[in-house]
Design a protein around this ligand. Structure first.
Ligand code: PEP
Length: 250
């Protein structure tokens, strides 16, 4: 039985006061793992503010570079770990599209995160154009294989995958439970081709306009093990309702 996990991706939002307000509304939920990924500058505030609440903290990105040194503006995996993070999102579609991150970059970041003891959350997913061309599975396979090639399948005992169709992110347009399940099952089968045991234990989250109204039906699908939540994670009440739905699906 896989324990669901719900992670909030706050993206580039917040100020110290609004972050405190959001923290105050968060609490652990039975039967489900919960974490939030604030902008890097708020990580310490969130780690300290959530102390004792049983909620993990993650970062939204990590440097390609592993060792300290002359990498202006970069934050390494080891620094994130030292700051109290347990998770880090890698390969979010916004970073792939806006910052030109390649599959190879994502695979390096994933490996750096693992080596620093962080749990990477690998985001994969197709654009609307790719879905319409019928290449969803080959796109997701390519993104996944890049990481498998560097870190191997056993890495997914200590990592998460988030299937995030790009056309559903921040658009209000959610994949149907059946559409999401189909890709989740494909991802699990791809892992199973390497190791059936790891595949059966790997947790695969859905992300893309998940909200309190659609969370339960998405998370009721057999291969959906929680959610990566963008917009709805900025309202504690909505985020908590999604976590409760995940707890219900556990
Ligand atoms: C995300 O950015 O990871 C995400 C899922 O965003 P939203 O929930 O706003 O679609």
């Amino acid at each position: 039985m896989r324990r669901p996990i719900v992670v909030g991706n706050w993206k580039m939002n917040g100020r110290r006061a609004s972050v405190d307000h959001l923290i105050a509304g968060l609490r652990a939920v039975g039967g489900v793992d919960v974490a939030v990924c604030p902008p890097a500058i708020f990580i310490r505030q969130v780690v300290e503010g959530l102390g004792g609440k049983g909620i993990g903290v993650g970062a939204q990105d990590v440097s390609l570079y592993e060792q300290d040194g002359a990498y202006t503006g970069e934050v390494s995996a080891s620094m994130l770990s030292d700051a109290g993070c347990s998770y880090v999102i890698v390969g979010h579609s916004e970073r792939r599209a806006l910052c030109g991150e390649t599959d190879e970059d994502v695979a390096r970041k994933f490996a750096n995160a693992l080596r620093a003891g962080l749990c990477p959350i690998l985001c994969v997913g197709e654009t609307l154009e790719e879905r319409e061309q019928g290449v969803t599975e080959s796109v997701v396979a390519r993104q996944l294989d890049a990481v498998l090639g560097v870190s191997g399948v056993a890495a997914f005992e200590r990592a998460l995958i988030a299937y995030e169709p790009v056309w559903a992110i921040g658009t209000g347009r959610t994949a149907t439970p059946e559409q999401a399940q189909q890709v989740h099952a494909f991802i699990r089968a791809r892992l199973a081709a390497h190791d059936a045991g790891v595949a059966s234990r790997a947790r695969i989250q859905y992300g893309g306009s998940m909200k309190p109204e659609n969370a339960a039906e998405l998370m009721a699908m057999p291969d959906i093990d929680g959610g990566l939540i963008g917009g709805a994670s900025l309202k504690a009440e909505d985020f908590m309702a999604i976590c409760a739905a995940a707890g219900g699906a556990a």
